[in-house]
Design a protein around this ligand. Sequence first.
Ligand code: SF4
Length: 951
Amino acid sequence: MSASQPRTETSPRISDEIRKTTCYMCACRCGIDVHLKKGADGKKHVAYIEGNRDHPVNHGVLCAKGAAGIMQHLSPARLRAPLRRTGPRGSGQFEEISWDEAMEIAEGWLRPLRETAPEKLAFFTGRDQSQSFTGLWAQAFGTPNYAAHGGFCSVNMAAAGIYTMGGSFWEFGQPDWERTRLFLLFGVAEDHDSNPMKAGIATLKARGAKVIGVNPIRTGYNAVADEWVGITPGSDGLLVLSLVHCLLKAGKIDLDYLARFTNAPVLVDADPRSPQFGLLLRGESGRQMVIDRRTGRPADFDAEGVEPDLRGKLRRAGVTHRSVFQHIAEMYLSNDYAPERVAGRTGLDANRIHRLAAEIARAAFDEPVVIEQPWTDFRGVRHERMVGRPVSFHAMRGVSAHSNGFQTCRALHLLQILLGSVEVPGGTRFRPPYPKPATAHPLPHARSAPGQPLGGPHLGYPQGPDDLCLTDEDTPARIDKAFSWEAPLSAHGMMHMVISNAHAGDPYRIDTLFLYMANMAWNSSMNTTQVMQMLTDTDADGEYVIPRIICADAYSSEMVAFADLVLPDTTYLERHDCISLLDRPISDADAAADAIRWPVVEPERPGAAGVRPFQDVLCDLGAQLSLPGFTEADGSARYANYADYIQNHERRPGIGPLAGWRMGESGVAHGRGGPNAAQIDSYIANGGFWRGEIAPDARFFKPWNMAYQDWAVRTGLIDGPQPYIFSLWCEPLRRFQLAAEGHGRRQPPEHLRARIRETFSPLPIWYPPLGDDQRAPDAYPLHALSQRPMAMYHSWGSQNAWLRQIHGVNPLYLPTALWQEGGFAEGDWARVSSPHSQITVPVAHMAALNRDTVWTWNAIGKRRGAWALHREAPEATQGFLLNHLIHELLPPRGDGLRWANSDPITGQAAWFDLRVRIEKVAAPRVSQPAHQAQASPVGRGPRDVAQKVTR
Ligand code: SF4
């Protein structure tokens, strides 16, 4: 080297210490290495975040959000002390108070409610990753009014999966990345399972497997798909049932799989005069019955050695029974589902649908995947090898967030199952604790009584009208009307209806709305402008209609400004969390796995009362209120904090929030075992996670594989083997339909009878999104969608100095024909009108877009004053929400009634049913509607963010 060359430090030491924890910049739960460096103050500060190479979720991969976690942790929008409202609601005017005062106020509000009317507390959480804990707290309080945000996210996808096949996608299911040859994505949002999905798609591409994206918009995963199918929104179910039609017609279905592992051979009462019409035939043991091909006689479906006959028929006690499979053939071979019939509605060419069906059939049946691994099924039949169909699927919000979403998601599962491509080599595989059928989940509980805990979990999977959550007067027991006749299978609750129902006093008034991490005054509500009005409305006495609002959040969101009391949470690097098998773990198809977060840095908010992990606060509040499960017999607190709960709580004997490093009879054990005081330390030493592998003979065919069933019992996922068959015929739906036809003790209200009859088909159907029939077809010709960008997680990203550079504004994207016909040019603005409202926003051109669809990124637009942003920040001046255009109710029907803008089966918010028209207008100064600025309780962030940790 020449002496004149500068000396460059090529490998500077970037940190003094690395602490391994779990990312929370989206729902994906990747492992991260947090690099800490000693600062000038002698304390350790976060200097850098990278992926944990040993972590089972991401294997070292880190996305832009994950790396930008440092900016989330340092965000100027962080709250720093408990706040008591001093100005009018929504103004953002607060005073900082001490934690003692805050806890005293909270207890003072909540104690009388618990003692007199616990249902007057509505406790709803947003993107909470501790639902098994927050739900337990609400259960101990005794309110029936608890849920997280699933009702406005993707409950259709989750509930359809669980009712149909006992499992779903995202963190509960995955393609067999190593073996699948054709992968179809439907309407995917990119914040769940994000890094595994990206790595999986890369694996497929490296192997030459084909990826097909079905989505009106070609972004994200669809942008890298080999083929993009730009379907018209809300018509996915029709496309899928048309594919089913083609496959049935061509005989390209897996008859053996259907006969062995699904209810296709189960006998159905086929007599329209029978009160059991449409229900499955059961024997004396209560088990579903099939015709056994060996004897030609009826038998329990799971009897030893039975060979179910797909063409079974039985006449018994004057009633004819026919197999589910015969109903399937009759229904889907109808020409109503022929590609030529559905082409117009889906926006796709009939030939293309034929070709897609042929391609799926080829991939599934021409080259089955074979693993030379014997296994034994629940009928005692030994299979010499594992044979699979290498076609797999993934879907989420895009197909889910429609009023026909539940049946669309069921249709997708029907297609998968007809192909025999679920839980087989090459297909879609479940991740523990799934598979778990709907019947193995709890029923919902909603009976509240003063001073008493609720009798069981709030959320569950009703099997028929008897399981609804109704009062003795048959009115909804829950404030959101979940599990009522308006949404019988609302397995995740209906958070989007809470504020409007509470405001209307329908079904009753509440006293306190308690929200955790839920931005309900902005991007997490439909009808945002009116929701803000509802939160500030007063009654004749001048009191707020919703008397009290408590918000727990880490950041100064739009919703925080509407709270009367704010409980400031920590960032994800400052607290314990538990990514639990009781909740939404990090398992993969070959292993059960869970993880923790732990305080890699101490929370510091200099000069203020400071922040506390919300879960710690709930432990303390639970003890102050003497809630069962949170208090010892002598009245002392059972848990010192959430870490104490994580280690010592047992849901059932030997089963706790974390499965790793429990105390067995002869030392440390995994899965089952007693509490272990060193459990969290063991997780930390292992990089923040635990993973327990499934043996090779148990890795596929899990619902029917006795080796898996036994492993699941040993691991504590279930208490006894519970093999089951997939429910192509969804009997709970038929029970509700029967009630609507006039059978049974519990009857739906008259105004819902026809809707239940029409939409609760036990076999998947497609119907136009509700509300389509109430509009003049040309009045609102366009579909309007919002999509979650990969670089943002909900509203959190817009406070992040690095991520804001990727998405600081969100134009409304227009397809080419609309762009040209409307004479739009770069920099133009448009007025967008829905049947409910109008917005005025910037537009941009996008070619890879369904011709009848406009769209934008979700949750980029911000209200002035929120998130510590500058008042002229682009998010507040050009950013916008489509939410203003969406009402939580459908337009009036002319009979004095308005239906919820939700799926009639699950209550899922139908965000994506939005229809609009647009016109070019002169650019206003800021996007419309522009709301008055909120005062910021945390001040304003600096113009330039600079952060350097020195040593
Ligand atoms: S995908 Fe999600 S969890 Fe993983 S690194 Fe990115 S933000 Fe974090």
